[in-house]
Ligand binder design. Structure first.
Ligand code: FES
Length: 169
């Protein structure tokens, strides 16, 4: 068995390299973690957001349902409040419409104009939509109101991300 002697100089080199490396890793790790954290973080909350709306309270009359969720934008998290107009159609299916006007983005209201009953009305430029979200020709909007995908869990309405309305022709 051969014995290798470590010189004083080698010992100093090994020690300084080890301590230096340890300190460098200690400084770099938080920086690396800060840089890649949003990329590694899983999307919060899944695709559907819980509302406070009980499904058995829905009728064929659209009601305004407000809901909020956390929005993560890179390193910044904020609470966003959004709205849907929700009702049950003739088949008992839930319809959830976005209130964002397809003209210039104002907010539409159900029965918002007494001259146009049972319609969604946009006060900004007089846009009109049928109950199913279809835009009325001759008014400024050029497309139907977006729809939210819906899900029911424990009798509570969940809404997905609003998407183009393909239900109306
Ligand atoms: S923004 Fe709604 S009609 Fe113009």
């Amino acid at each position: 068995m051969s014995k290798q002697r470590v010189s004083r100089r080698q010992f100093l080199n090994y020690t300084l390299t080890g301590v230096g490396g340890f300190m460098a890793a200690g400084m770099l790790m938080p920086m690396v973690r800060f840089a890649v954290d949003p990329v590694l973080k899983a999307e919060a909350g899944g695709d559907f957001i819980a509302t406070k709306q009980k499904v058995d309270e829905l009728t064929n009359e659209p009601v305004r349902v407000d809901f909020s969720y956390e929005q993560v934008d890179a390193w910044y998290t904020s609470e966003v409040t959004s709205t849907a107009w929700v009702y049950k159609d003739g088949n008992g299916e839930i319809v959830a419409l976005s209130p964002v006007c397809k003209h210039l983005g104002c907010t539409v209201n159900w029965n918002g104009d007494k001259n146009h009953e049972n319609m969604f009305y946009c006060p900004c430029h007089g846009g009109l939509y049928e109950k199913n979200g279809k835009n009325i020709p001759g008014t400024p909007p050029t497309a139907p109101l977006d729809v939210y995908p819906t899900k029911v869990n424990d009798g509570i309405l969940y809404l997905g991300k609003a998407e183009p309305n393909n239900l109306v022709k």
